[in-house]
Design a protein around this ligand. Sequence first.
Ligand SMILES: *[C@@H]1O[C@H](CO)[C@@H](O)[C@H](O)[C@H]1NC(C)=O
Ligand SMILES: *[C@@H]1O[C@H](CO)[C@@H](O)[C@H](O)[C@H]1NC(C)=O
Ligand SMILES: *[C@@H]1O[C@H](CO)[C@@H](O)[C@H](O)[C@H]1NC(C)=O
Length: 162
Amino acid sequence: MRFVVFFASCLLTLKGAPTADQCSFPYRRIGEGCYLIINDTVSGDAAFAKCLHRGLYLATFETINESMLMKFELLKMNAGVHYFVGGRNINRYTSGGDWRWIKKNGDMVKMTYFAFDDGEPNGSLSAPQDCMCFYASRKYTFHAVWCENGGVVGGYICQRHI
Ligand SMILES: *[C@@H]1O[C@H](CO)[C@@H](O)[C@H](O)[C@H]1NC(C)=O
Ligand SMILES: *[C@@H]1O[C@H](CO)[C@@H](O)[C@H](O)[C@H]1NC(C)=O
Ligand SMILES: *[C@@H]1O[C@H](CO)[C@@H](O)[C@H](O)[C@H]1NC(C)=O
């Protein structure tokens, strides 16, 4: 009987609320998010696909709180690498664009704050820059960049939904 109770409580523990273990190395818990930070030299579109291939999604930062915490970590790491995030301009015809966070399920959440660097985003219809990254050489402020090969290359931050 004791054993039964013991196993039952183990099962309950396993099924319970997410624990820190679910975000253990190589994942990193930063604030309330669980992230995988990858050093690489890929385009924004490749970064998007690479997170999906890992069963993750390119990280979204709906609150300035979340993005400031990540920026602080990247400044500490000081890797000299730009990191793509899951924000995207979905309308080049609008001045300044229409920037959205692309969620795990494909939902698009309008950006409610702008933590872009001075003069950013500065894409246009003829010179589109629809992807965004934490830009290393500008203290990890957000920069709008060209999505495909030939533009800025960098690493990326994937997010795990737990
Ligand atoms: C900001 O994030 C921290 C860490 O997750 C959390 O403790 C705090 O409540 C958040 N503050 C707001 C205003 O969301
Ligand atoms: C990325 O590079 C930085 C600087 O070299 C290093 O501190 C960090 O651990 C690297 N991250 C990964 C995931 O390899
Ligand atoms: C946008 O501004 C950056 C500097 O912040 C510059 O390197 C880039 O050429 C500009 N792009 C366009 C399309 O004006």
